[in-house]
Design a protein around this ligand. Sequence first.
Ligand code: F6R
Length: 366
Amino acid sequence: EKAGFDHFMLKEIHEQPKAYRDTMGARLNDEGTAVQLPELKLTAEQIKGISRIHIVACGTAYHAGLVGKNMIEQLARIPVETDVASEYRYRSPIITKDTLVIVVSQSGETADTLAALREAKRNGAHVLAITNVVGSSVAREADSVIVTWAGPEIAVASTKAYTSQLIAFSLFSLFLAQTLGTQTTEAITETITAMKQLPEQVESILARGDEIKAYAEEIAKHKDLFFIGRGVDYAVALEGSLKLKEISYIHSEAYPAGELKHGTLALIEEGVPVIALAVQEDLFEKTVSNVKEVKARGAHVLGLGQEGHEELPKAVDQVFSIPRTVSLLTPALSVVPLQLLAYYASLALGHDVDKPRNLAKSVTVE
Ligand code: F6R
């Protein structure tokens, strides 16, 4: 049932190219110039009337929502707030009839996410669910559902469900942009072309698992480490840090690269590993100046960047490069080495990769 893999998590990491293809599937037109989402029960008029969007989820799905916020705001210019469901539901969120609420849940059964969905509906908002389980509670109660076709996810640590959520968000953001006219057909086509290349690009990262394994074995000797990044790199840093904590039990923190000097820099000392995500090219120089700050305090820095970048190798101790894609889609690639890092670190420490202590796959209690 693990199809030759040692763990479900590794199998699911390797299923991502297929999950990307299946989630895009018939939602892209044959010409590759437009997104079609008949599952969206909103008319063009209703879409034009949306004044704000709330994205609500827990854990890894929340991290997908942080990337989703970036995608929607950049492509469709609608203001978006992303919230953790257990916070959202108790803070009297301002939900009006022209608010679209997007709930994201792999299982579709997470208690706090479901409660947030109900709160949104009570206030008259249209609720769009992004979920991996067709008949789940979230899918049944939402007004519209975009299914992520990742297939069943068994490992407690979410991998292919998260990346399929990123694909769902890119489809939805492009659909909004198309409907609102906020992007040209050329720009939409360029992003779709890049999306279609993602599965093969993920394959090429997976083929370099040994590089990550070697680095993971080094990391496994440490008690603390840091992930830094800006923009969507920061959102991916949060996910990389959660994954590592969850299954390897190594403590890590993810920081927006520019925030370090406001406190956390005090924790950087000789030999502390820092994983710097410098994938966003427009923010590259800024991130590199933060890399210099940690290196000056003795940190050992692994830089994650896009292929062909000549400056990154000069600034860090080690580099892992991912294939080039358009800026907003980089999370669908950059998270993959971090998933492998968590996996191999957990393996090196002899932990139960698929069933980490204290955690359940589906959290149906509050
Ligand atoms: C972490 C993980 C959890 C879930 C969270 C929400 O790897 O899997 O953080 O993402 O419990 O679960 P769903 O998406 O089922 O609502």
